[in-house]
Design a protein around this ligand. Structure first.
Ligand code: TR5
Length: 144
């Protein structure tokens, strides 16, 4: 497939070099991400739900009245969903169950959306698997 230029919030500039730098900065290099510091609480976040395996906290740049990220505390190679292997089945199931708990706590069980952006073509910007739980307004379809 031909290389597509990604149009994401992280690379909205027209400057080719800056766009390339932004893309490189957001590549899946397996390194630590900002979410490690959120998990360790070195960086504060507004926690909505937490247990021994997952953390759910409010997105810093909300796209809906409710916008919560649900992440595994132990990334175990899950930088993105396309890296999932059989051993991840349990944590993947638990992340979705935690998304339901978040929706329940936030009072949006009647209608909410769960999104996973996978890779540059889907505008993934943090390479630590996360579910976006969005709601509190009428969601549109198709998504952008
Ligand atoms: O683009 P993808 O799907 O990878 O989603 C990453 C999400 O992380 C975006 O919706 C960002 O707004 C969100 N994000 C990024 C940071 C951050 C955050 N949510 C809460 N707190 C955050 N801190 C402290 N720092 C960020 N860089």
């Amino acid at each position: 497939r031909p290389t597509r230029r990604t149009i994401c919030h992280t690379s909205s500039t027209n400057d080719e070099e800056a766009t390339a730098r932004a893309a490189a900065a957001n590549a899946d290099n397996g390194g630590p991400t900002i979410f490690d510091k959120i998990i360790s609480k070195e960086i504060p976040s507004t926690i909505v739900y937490e247990d021994e395996r997952v953390l759910a906290f409010r997105d810093i740049n909300p796209q809906a009245p409710v916008h919560v990220l649900v992440i595994p505390k132990f990334r175990d190679g899950l930088t993105q969903l396309s890296k999932a292997e059989t051993r991840h089945s349990e944590i993947l199931g638990h992340l979705f169950y935690a998304a339901k708990i978040v929706a329940e706590k936030e009072g949006i069980l009647d209608g909410f959306r769960v999104v996973i952006n996978n890779g540059p073509a889907a505008c993934q910007s943090v390479y630590h698997l996360h579910l976006h739980v969005l709601g509190g307004r009428q969601m549109k379809w198709p998504p952008g």
